[in-house]
Design a protein around this ligand. Structure first.
Ligand code: IPM
Ligand code: MG
Length: 367
């Protein structure tokens, strides 16, 4: 009996998006073939390329495709070409719309320093070696979505800009529950990051996280202000296990934490809701290197691994992809973002092919 295929919506997006997605799809197809997973991959338009084709960065067909799928794989959106557009049709709006419409409130951003890349970090090797932390970023609330928002003009023509940082206790509780659950499956240490000394919204955040923690006495909960956390991430990153924080703080801290790994081109992410899920690298569309076949596809390949783990219930195959990435790095393959003098320079495609070769030898041949 042929099992019902798993429907994956694929949005390559803009800039380097198509190049990195191509490599991740090779990896997914290989896993599907070898492991007897029936995958149906359907590509859709999103971001600036969607705007160019249909006048909107987030066409209804793309929303419907995402809604009908079991999971979404996304490259990146945005670029200078679309920066002058009205805010409502900027490529980034599509990404925010997708997160909102699919209810993807929990954004997992694992920060794992591969031993092979400990030298690639701008931080000292002994500081970053062995780092394995997880940033859990709330993704559908906060100042990203809060109202009122916008720029208004008074009678004299003077402009005022406003955005609203807002959280209901339910929104805080559901991300806190996820955070405690994730910490339970790891080293049982949870840090909640806020700015409770200044912002009432985040004072509520701290209270609700603390209340939620009463049901998780096996997890050690602590709190830190976001400014201190930004400092501690470069001073002593090995103190962290799971970090849970609000949308805006999580956006900023995860870019900072990415540099522990040597390159933002290494960080995958999963955005989960109650059912739907989106997988994407945390980096942007890198228009400056687009079309040159030099972008690092590993963050997207590792995002595909997260898809296998969280949406397809295939943790073993996910681990084999991660192992293949490690093996490729051990062999010395490096895209320019992680290369040092003397390294074997790989193009985007060569990096993808190197992962495929390793993975192919790790996956069993089909019976
Ligand atoms: C990210 C990105 C997005 C965000 C942008 C592209 C809208 O920076 O996923 O971290 O701010 O969430
Ligand atoms: Mg960001």
């Amino acid at each position: 009996m042929t099992p019902h295929p798993i429907e994956i919506a694929v949005f390559a997006g803009d800039g380097i998006g198509p190049e990195i997605i191509r490599e991740a799809l090779k990896v997914l197809r290989l896993v599907a073939d070898r492991s007897g997973i029936s995958l149906s991959l359907t590509e859709g338009l999103i971001g600036g390329s969607a705007y160019d084709a249909c006048g909107t960065p987030f066409p209804d067909e793309s929303l419907n495709l995402a809604l009908q799928s079991d999971a979404v794989l996304l490259g990146a959106v945005g670029g200078p070409k679309w920066e002058g557009l009205d805010y409502s049709v900027r490529p980034e709006r599509a990404l925010l719309g997708l997160r909102e419409k699919l209810g993807l409130y929990a954004n997992l951003r694992p920060v794992l320093v591969f031993d092979e890349l400990a030298d690639a970090s701008p931080l000292k090797k002994d500081l970053v070696q062995g780092i394995d932390l997880l940033i859990l970023r709330e993704l559908t609330g906060d100042i990203y979505f809060g109202k009122p928002r916008g720029v208004t003009k008074d009678e004299s023509g003077r402009r005022t800009g406003v955005n609203t940082m807002i959280y209901t206790e339910d929104e805080i509780r559901r991300i806190a529950v996820r955070a405690f659950e994730l910490a339970r499956g790891r080293r049982k240490k949870l840090l909640s990051v806020d700015k409770a000394n200044v912002l009432e919204t985040t004072e509520l955040w701290r209270q609700v996280v603390t209340e939620t923690g009463r049901g998780y006495s096996d997890v050690a909960l602590s709190h830190m202000y976001v400014d201190n956390c930004a400092m501690q991430l470069v001073r002593n990153p090995s103190q962290f296990d799971v970090i849970v924080t609000a949308n805006l703080f999580g956006d900023i801290l995860s870019d900072e934490a990415a540099m522990l790994t040597g390159s933002i081109g290494m960080l995958p992410s999963a955005s989960l809701g109650d059912g739907k899920a989106l997988y994407e690298p945390i980096h942007g569309s890198a228009p400056d290197i687009a079309g040159q076949n030099i972008a690092n596809p590993l963050a997207t390949i590792l995002s595909a691994a997260m898809m296998l783990r969280y949406s397809l219930n295939r943790p073993e195959e996910a681990a084999l992809i991660e192992q293949s990435v490690k093996n490729v790095l051990r062999d010395g393959w490096r895209t320019p973002d992680i290369a040092a003098a003397g390294d074997r320079k790989a193009s985007t495609e060569q990096m993808g092919d190197a992962v495929i070769r390793k993975l192919s030898s790790l996956l069993r041949e089909p019976a």
